[in-house]
Write a protein that binds this ligand. Sequence first.
Ligand SMILES: [Zn+2]
Length: 69
Amino acid sequence: MLDISQLQTLQKRSAKSYHQQKKLIANVLKGQKECCPHCEKPLSINVDYDQGITKIRCKAACTDIELEH
Ligand SMILES: [Zn+2]
């Protein structure tokens, strides 16, 4: 059975992490140092010119965000 109060908590959490991720991306793009929330390693921008994809990722790849162009 679905517990509605739990469901709302989940939605709130994912919205919060979504906003945190957006902020993180914005900071990295501005050249600020940001660390992976999972492994605490620095995040870097990876540009794949062949595929036209820009990614923000950490060394361990637990953060691997594909950016929209
Ligand atoms: Zn990581």
